[in-house]
Design a protein around this ligand. Structure first.
Ligand code: RIB
Length: 299
């Protein structure tokens, strides 16, 4: 009945990555490795992650008519993502400046470029893609008005998954559509407020009070917390040696969204997604690090 297991609406960036011994503090200059350019962006990453796991996936995004845009389109097509919804032109392709330290932690600054031109009208024009998709996921590297338009145009029966990254206050109509809202602890604090040392359970309860049907709080190496109006439960992660955490959250969101569409419960989907996220941190880069279903099973 559906052409796509997952439609990702979101950003596509060229990731400019430098390995550093230590991420610089304010006013500091550090020397790093040679620069490497990878395909990235939270939306494009989610689409590749889902397709690599076997999901029939489409991407609705905007890239520039430039070399970075072509790099991103090639990466999507190589992974098997349908790029019929990728618009080209209007501004240069988004760029992310990324430093990665020896523990695998990163710092990222994004220049949105064409991502900022993915407009509400582009969502209305893509209604056939929305109609054809079992699950729709989004993030916040595109304008908030565009995400609002996605929430307004969801066909009945289509599930909406939002990773509000980078975080900001969300309108009630977007929150009400989320099933689930997926946040890390920093994103949870920005959206729901609360004490700096509050527990993930406290944060999940505060987020649920804002209106989403369900909430998932990612806990890094500790796994994730799943919360609905009825229950809260933690799922443990797999212990791995982290090389680069870039894109692990995107892989988690994609895996969870896809599994929900296949009929898994939220708890089952999260348990699978933590394994996908764990596999993703064991290799450098974002999209290059995403596992196949066989690699997840072998973890
Ligand atoms: O989540 C990781 C992604 O964030 C990177 O690929 C970068 O492009 C930024 O969007």
């Amino acid at each position: 009945m559906y052409d796509y297991d997952l439609l990702v609406v979101g950003s596509a960036n060229a990731d400019m990555v430098i390995q550093v011994e230590r991420r610089p503090a304010a006013g500091e200059t550090v020397l790093g490795s040679d620069l490497v350019v990878h395909p990235g962006g939270k939306g494009a990453n989610q689409a590749v992650a889902a397709a690599r796991l076997g999901a029939r996936t489409a991407l609705l995004a905007r890239v520039g008519d430039d070399a970075h845009g072509r790099l991103l389109l090639d990466a999507q097509r190589d992974a098997g993502v349908d790029t019929v919804g990728v618009l080209v032109g209007g501004a240069s392709t988004g760029v992310a400046l990324i430093t990665v330290d020896p523990s695998g932690d990163n710092s990222i600054v994004v220049s949105p470029g064409a991502n900022a031109r993915l407009a509400a009208a582009d969502i209305r024009a893509a209604s056939s893609l929305l109609q054809a998709s079992r699950v729709v996921s989004a993030q916040l590297e595109i304008p908030l008005e565009t995400v609002v338009e996605v929430a307004r145009n969801l066909p009945s029966g289509t599930r909406f998954v939002l990773n509000p990254s980078p975080p900001r206050t969300l309108p009630a109509e977007v929150l009400a559509a989320c099933d689930p809202l997926i946040v890390n602890e920093h994103e949870a604090r920005v959206i729901a407020g609360g004490e700096r040392d509050g527990s993930p359970e406290d944060r999940a309860a505060a987020l649920l009070a804002l209106g989403p049907r369900s909430v998932v709080v990612t806990l890094g190496a500790e796994g994730a917390l799943v919360a609905t109006g009825e229950a809260m439960a933690r799922v443990a992660s797999v212990k791995v040696d982290a090389v680069d955490t870039t894109g692990a959250g995107d892989a988690f969101t994609a895996a969870l969204a896809w599994r929900l569409g296949t009929g898994s419960s939220l708890l089952e989907a999260a348990a699978y997604a933590v394994r996908v996220g764990a596999a993703a941190v064991t290799h450098p880069g974002a999209q290059e690090s995403f596992p196949t279903a066989e690699e997840v099973a072998a973890l």
